[in-house]
Design a binder for this molecule. Sequence first.
Ligand code: 0XW
Ligand code: MG
Length: 369
Amino acid sequence: MRMKISQINIYQHELNVTGNAYEMSHSSINSFTSIITEVVTDNGMKGFGETCSVGPVYQQEHALGAVAALSELAPHLIGENPLLIESVNRKMNQTLYGHLYAKSTIDVALWDICGKFYNCRVCDLLGGAINEKVPSYYAIGPATPADTAEIAMDKIGHGYRRLQLKVGGRHVDQDIESCHRVAENITRDIKLVADANRGWTTQDTIRFSRACCDIPLVIEQPCNTFEEIESLKGKIYHPVFMDESALDLNAVLRCINAGAADGFGFKLNRMGGLSAMRTIRDICRSRNLPHTCDDSWGGDIIAAACVHVGATVEPHLLEGVWIADSYHDHHYDEVNPVQVKNGFVDVPENPGLGVIPDVSIFGHPVFSV
Ligand code: 0XW
Ligand code: MG
């Protein structure tokens, strides 16, 4: 089928955090800027992608960077066949080096179009959903030990089976105390993760791991660099998951080959989209490495993409699909919202991503070609 990309629109949309600011070791944020890519074809089909940085210091990306990269890329993609996703990815790589988080929005939009064209869901194109519901998890910001324990119990009561405690950015002994308080109250079937978002030194990490040696938890991205985390091998008691250091497929292979990661917290856009995540999913399966299928923030579009790929991961390797919906006061698609219900997210039923965003809420495009 000869079909052509005829138009690409880039929108910018503010996602305000309801309630308290979202906190991590290095940041506290009230509002996130989401960049939405709409790919239109000459026969009137539309596909969507979305990237929303959790502020400019979470990882190597920021909202205006996505707009700049997409403005560079988009003119070169007009006339390309949207069904040939690999070819379009090749074209993007020939046009601009790096900036996977921007290219990813085009990649996801093309999977969306393919699904609509072939009348099947993205998870079907990715090999088929193993489950129609994927588990999510809850990220608890740094708080006092008592408050952290209270939030943990509340979230378990709401169906979450995995809790990620945000640690770092304060004295590590406070993190140790919080983890102990949570662990005292929960049963062993609840998965516990301590995510420092690069905020610890190796010394902090060793201190934490030794002080929590009896608590079965995972330490996620404790330090800033791959080298620091690699140097922890043999010095700590807990499995380590890489998140921010898993920059792309090559970095994932490096972590695996070095034996530096027992699992991963993936961000779909950072990895380069659904095409990249499919490869990474299969590599992790071949090495039995557990992982999440998240993105860092965003609305229904990126949430749907994460859920579709998560649905195709072997359940024993799927650590969860984190989505930001519980922090938002609106959905892009109020009819088919992607949301956590009782700790799980239903896989969207409609073709493609299964989300039909109301673009009128995004206002005028910031860039169109
Ligand atoms: C919990 N998350 C998936 C959401 C925030 O973007 C941070 C992230 C993580 O695991 O680092
Ligand atoms: Mg993380």
